[in-house]
Design a protein around this ligand. Structure first.
Ligand SMILES: Cc1cc2nc3c(=O)[nH]c(=O)nc-3n(C[C@H](O)[C@H](O)[C@H](O)COP(=O)(O)OP(=O)(O)OC[C@H]3O[C@@H](n4cnc5c(N)ncnc54)[C@H](O)[C@@H]3O)c2cc1C
Length: 370
């Protein structure tokens, strides 16, 4: 019996989910078998994570279940985390699946592939800054965004109670955000939006005036990918909201109470968010003997095939495509939210965001897509 051509896509994020849907729609099931391997049950569009973190978006309303999406589009969903690759046998090795208590649900498995597409995404790069991994929250996935939101709510509750007990106490929620790219800037603005709504949810004496947000950027200006005129306008908007914007400020250390700058200044903060820099996950270094760069990204050719294996492709944030005559990889095409549909269905949150960010991301896109 002739086996079907099996295409395994690893990672159901922005790139992987759209790819597996399109492949399934195009090739069907007669002679092909499409498989999506992903450790989570549901997908949430990553550019919405800062809204989840701020509490202005309920992630449950915007997530997509992989099983039903697979049923709808004709691919098989395997819940699990890629652990390694056996390139000789052409098999992806999936780590044992554990439940919340650490008990094994399914043991280690092997999935045969004819073609393997790695779409594992990226993680925030703290550039080995002392204390950053321990004392900062990153916004790489839903769990981290949820964790930030809970900490934020607890802190708002604390300040609200303290203000009720002692109205003149001047208690405030202090937040430091490291990195003034799109994520850091949007998070800062979104926190003011969210705080303004808290009084409707039982925190009567709390509002945005109780927030102390400091946005810390090492470069000379915020939103460095945008033209200077737009980045200046965004800075003015943030400062009008009440955000303290520090540029040319390099972070030397993060502690459990403060972000310490190279100048020695301590920015006291109850919550510290690191939103600067992206790299590939550490486990990509040496995965299956594939070639990666110093930021753990898999090196690919212009066909997106990895440099050492024609049957393995890498797409999205986990890959780097070197260009001749430069030591930098091809720049990623930053997609404006206006054009970026969530694979299964555009949602109201996406539409809301699209209209708010129309101008900002059209500008990024015009610049990056050149
Ligand atoms: C707050 C925020 C705002 C952003 N805004 C924008 C924007 O406006 N425009 C824009 O273009 N980009 C934006 N980005 C960047 C954009 O989200 C990423 O570039 C994009 O998600 C990358 O897609 P990807 O498929 O490579 O990875 P991801 O979308 O990160 O997906 C990776 C998937 O791989 C899975 N995975 C990880 N490890 C394994 C494993 N071992 N085995 C199996 N599966 C695994 C993960 O669970 C995840 O589902 C933003 C990012 C953030 C965090």
């Amino acid at each position: 019996m002739q086996l079907k051509t099996q295409i395994v896509v690893v990672g159901g994020g922005a790139g992987g989910l759209e790819l597996v849907r399109k492949l399934s729609a195009r090739y069907g099931r007669a002679r092909h078998d499409m498989i999506l391997l992903e450790p989570n049950r549901t997908h949430i569009w990553k550019p919405l994570l800062h809204e989840v973190a701020a509490g202005s978006l309920d992630a449950n309303l915007d997530e997509v279940g992989y099983r039903s999406h697979g049923h709808r589009w004709g691919y098989r969903f395997f819940m699990g985390r890629l652990e390694s690759i056996d390139r000789d046998a052409r098999q992806a090795i999936v780590a044992p699946l554990l439940d919340e208590d650490g008990a094994e649900i399914v043991g280690r498995q092997r999935i045969r592939y004819d073609y393997l597409v790695l779409a594992l995404g990226g993680v925030t790069n703290s550039y080995a800054t002392p204390g950053a991994d321990r004392h900062c929250i990153f916004l790489d996935d839903r769990q981290q965004a949820d964790r930030f939101r809970l900490k934020l709510l607890n802190q708002c509750l604390r300040v609200s109670r303290q203000t009720s007990a002692e109205p003149g106490s001047g208690a405030r929620v202090r937040i430091a955000i490291v990195g003034a790219g799109a994520t850091g800037v949007e998070l800062a603005a979104e926190l003011y939006n969210a705080a303004a709504g808290l009084r409707h949810y039982g925190l009567e004496v709390f509002d945005e005036s109780r927030l102390d947000i400091t946005l810390i950027e090492a470069g000379p200006r915020i939103l460095p990918a945008l033209p200077e005129r737009l980045s200046d306008a965004a800075r003015d908007e943030l400062e009008a909201l009440g955000v303290r914007v520090l540029t040319g400020a390099r972070v030397a250390e993060v502690t459990d109470t403060a972000v310490v700058l190279a100048t020695g200044e301590r920015v006291q903060a109850d919550l510290r968010v690191w939103a600067a820099g992206v790299k590939g996950p550490d486990f990509l270094q040496g995965l299956g003997g594939l070639e990666s760069d110093r930021d753990n990204r898999l090196l690919v050719r212009s066909t997106l095939q990895t440099t050492r294996d024609d049957r393995i492709f890498a797409i999205g944030d986990c890959c780097a495509c070197p260009q001749s005559g430069s030591d930098r990889p091809v720049r990623p095409v930053r997609r404006p939210r206006t054009r970026w549909r969530t694979p299964p269905s555009p949602t109201c949150a996406v539409c809301r965001k699209a209209s708010r960010l129309l101008i900002l991301f059209t500008a990024i896109s015009a610049r990056w897509c050149r």
